[in-house]
Write a protein that binds this ligand. Structure first.
Ligand code: NAI
Ligand code: MG
Length: 364
């Protein structure tokens, strides 16, 4: 299969972890006889400084012409963000416009920790039980992140306002993705909301309940999101299956999920649109550990596997990558973020981790 892939390396640890994902693309390309044409383009804070825009026109063309996009995390340290005008900052000037351009409304964020890796989690092994295996499906192009934003007035009492609009269609289509996924994998759905306060949440539930009528074989229960945040720590495995959420709740809960796994470096994701999708880790650019060859590239490599599986019809290749990733851990190797200092684990650099994934794929 021939695929043109836009490669947006991003900022901070982005280029380091994207490099490891490219190694994996190359080995899959030769093992499965595919052809991946890679087109690099600037995106994020680095692009703002070098090109004057965080999402330059030439990057838009590269992405428009590609079959899919691999995107590293973008952004500066929060303290450095003031050096860029508000509208050109990585999230507002690049990330949200990318999502909008390709209407990538369904964001898959798996939260996986097999029983034998329970020691990665800060939670007790008894709480991890038989392992965590959740996919959080987050609506990605609606709600408060995309609603109108106003600030004012320049004199008098100042205020700021973020609107949180959702249409029936926006909720319905992501709910259908969740129900289809649940039907395929024979799993249940936990639908998250804040309907005791928010009108958008009450509407969300109304539409989800309506979609549920078309899937009598899928069990779907609803839970207030604050309770879910609590339960996710007390007993995460009770959610094994699918958690369906709106945009901002999903953003926050998926970072919490990374904490439960022991690191955001274990959080891959794929953002799926009707025509084009892109792979990106669930985390940010981790400026605190950039350029040290210590970041965990699992999240970026796992995002490629998700893109293969959910969007490019390459399920076998995706399984091969997933197995190779977990194999590294099962052999007792970890990256810095998962090294508990007990001396029991052997620490790998970012590039050594990528090399070992490649070897595992070659040998499987
Ligand atoms: P962050 O997610 O970059 O980092 C949070 C913590 O997790 C840090 O301690 C970091 O070292 C660690 N971490 C993250 N990924 C890791 C990995 N692969 N391996 C090992 N450790 C890892 O969040 P932070 O520091 O709040 O944000 C940094 C920048 O990223 C900001 O500019 C923010 O706006 C941006 N950001 C960009 C996103 C995107 O591109 N989609 C998403 C989230 C934040
Ligand atoms: Mg986030």
């Amino acid at each position: 299969m021939k695929k043109v892939l836009a490669i947006l390396e991003g900022d901070g640890i982005g280029p380091e972890i994207v490099r490891e994902a490219i190694k994996v693309l190359k080995v899959i390309e030769s093992k499965y006889n595919h052809e991946f044409v890679l087109k690099y383009a600037p995106f994020g804070a680095g692009a703002y400084f070098s090109e004057g825009s965080p999402f330059p026109e030439k990057t838009k063309s590269v992405c428009d012409e590609a079959d899919a996009i691999l995107k590293g995390p973008i952004g500066l340290a929060v303290s450095e963000m003031n050096t860029i005008p508000k509208e050109s900052r990585p999230e507002l000037g690049a990330l949200l416009p990318l999502r909008k351009r390709y209407d990538t409304f369904a964001n898959y964020r798996p939260v996986r920790l097999p029983k034998e890796l329970a020691s990665f989690s800060p939670l007790k092994e008894s709480i991890i039980g038989d392992g965590i295996d959740i996919i959080i499906i987050r609506e990605l192009v609606g709600g408060i992140y995309f609603g109108d934003k106003t600030e004012g007035p320049s004199t008098g009492m100042k205020y700021a306002k973020d609107e949180c609009p959702y249409t029936d269609e926006q909720i319905r289509r992501v709910a259908i993705v969740a129900f289809e996924e649940a039907k395929k994998s024979n799993s249940k759905i936990t639908n998250l909301h804040k309907s005791n306060v928010l009108a958008t949440s009450r509407f969300w539930n109304e539409v989800v309940d309506d979609v549920a009528k078309g899937y009598p074989e899928v069990s779907c229960t609803s839970l207030l999101v604050d309770n879910a945040a609590f339960q996710l720590v007390i007993n995460p495995a009770q959610f094994n299956g699918i958690m369906l959420t709106e945009n901002m709740q999903g953003d926050i809960l998926t970072d919490q999920a990374g904490g439960i796994l022991g690191t955001l470096g274990l959080m891959p994701s794929v953002c799926v649109g009707p025509k084009k999708s892109y792979a990106e880790p669930a985390h940010g650019s981790a400026p605190d550990i950039a350029n040290k060859n210590i970041a965990n590239p699992y999240s970026m490599i796992g995002s490629v596997a998700l893109l293969f599986d959910k969007c490019l019809g390459m399920g076998d290749e995706a399984k091969d990558i997933d197995n190779a990733l977990f194999e590294v851990f099962k052999k007792g190797f970890v990256t810095r973020d998962l090294n508990d200092g007990s001396g029991k684990k052997k620490e790998l650099s970012t590039s050594e981790f990528g090399d070992m994934v490649v070897e595992n794929i070659k040998n499987s």
